[in-house]
Design a protein around this ligand. Structure first.
Ligand code: ADP
Length: 336
């Protein structure tokens, strides 16, 4: 049999001699003529909060499901805690927690009954059920029927269902999708708590502010390829994504703004001219004698700026947020 995928790779080891939580080596997955995952290599370290980012269809779910042992890669290798997750590795299952977008619920049960049922599947005890509900902020919802939970509360219950057996490695698929801003912030605290407990988290999200706030490292997947992996702050710094100055319309016209020293690009958004620059101080100094600085707002670059820049460039877009040719990324960007 000519089958090499999912052999345990020679996983790199950490300082204490343990392998990373997840090791992915040159993994590919093809559906028909579409390569959903295209040669991805990645380590997720123990205790790390790792965010997998990318546009819809980039291959995030496929890659995560391969890590979880739910799908088989066509080629390459995957190890979770040094072991192959495929074929279904029952020894690994208690160590993994998986929350998906389509988490199933026992809708006619109460919250507590539902989680007890899930816990029983893993042999987790009742004390774990109570503690887990408390940790996700559902401590006062025990007797509410799952049917009657709000969307945000269901998300919490889905996460609780992935956590109740105390897994070391947790996969979360857009856990804050469809939550209102308050619900998202509350859930951030839950996720930070999991990290503080030393658990490893691999999660996908389209909320770039969230990834910036929570993740130790992010990987950006575009068309099946992992184009960059780094800490959000390193990405922001090394891409040199520009800051923005928002100048109320009417103070200076677009041509005048574009001619200011240090301005890379000018657009109009709402009631402001948006001046993009990598030399904020220089532009402010030039602007001050012309318009004064009252009402001028400064926006520093964010992970979202970097993400939009990378995904636009990889997609062949021409209107990236920052695209001067003289930038020399020094982070772990993989060339296609
Ligand atoms: P993402 O999670 O980033 O949105 P997916 O992993 O779901 O991306 O999908 C990557 C690509 O693979 C998409 O083009 C998608 O249509 C395709 N794909 C995913 N699952 C299947 C499948 N079971 N059969 C055929 N194509 C699939």
């Amino acid at each position: 049999m000519n089958e090499v995928p999912h052999m345990t790779p020679t996983a790199p080891v950490t300082g204490d001699g343990t392998p990373p939580a997840v090791t992915v080596r040159d993994v590919t997955k093809q559906y028909g003529d579409r390569r959903a995952v295209d040669g991805v290599t990645l380590d997720v370290l123990r205790g790390e909060f790792f965010g997998l980012l990318g546009p819809n269809g980039a291959g995030k779910s496929t890659l995560v499901e391969i890590m979880e042992g739910l799908r088989k890669a066509d080629s390459g290798s995957v190890a979770v805690f040094g072991e192959s997750p495929w074929p279904r590795n029952t020894g690994l299952l208690p160590r993994l927690g998986v929350q998906t977008q389509s988490s199933a619920f026992f809708v006619r049960q109460t919250v507590h009954e539902h989680l007890r049922t899930v816990a029983a599947l893993y042999g987790a005890d009742r004390a774990a059920v109570d503690a887990t509900l408390e940790s996700v902020g559902l401590g006062d919802r025990h007797r509410v029927r799952v049917d009657d939970l709000s969307g945000g509360q269901r998300q919490r219950l889905a996460i609780a269902s992935a956590l109740v057996h105390g897994p070391e490695l947790i996969f979360l698929d857009e856990p804050t999708a469809s939550l209102d801003p308050e619900g998202r912030r509350d859930l951030w605290e839950v996720l930070r708590g999991l990290k503080a407990e030393g658990r490893t988290i691999v999660y996908t999200t389209h909320h770039l502010d969230e990834a910036e706030a929570l993740c130790d490292r992010v990987g950006i997947l575009v068309a099946g390829r992992l184009v960059v992996t780094d800490a959000p702050q390193n990405l922001i710094g090394s891409f040199g994504a520009g800051g923005k100055l928002l100048v109320p319309v009417g103070r200076i016209d677009e041509a005048g703004a574009a001619a200011l020293p240090g301005v890379d690009r000018v657009t109009v958004q709402g009631g402001h001219l948006v001046l993009e620059t990598r030399e904020t101080g220089r532009v402010l100094a030039a602007l001050d004698p012309l318009t004064g600085l009252d009402g001028v707002q400064t926006r520093m670059p964010s992970l979202e700026d970097v993400y939009l820049d990378i995904t636009a460039r990889r997609a062949g877009g021409t209107d990236g947020v920052t695209a001067p040719d003289d930038r020399a990324p020094n982070h772990q960007e993989q060339q296609a």
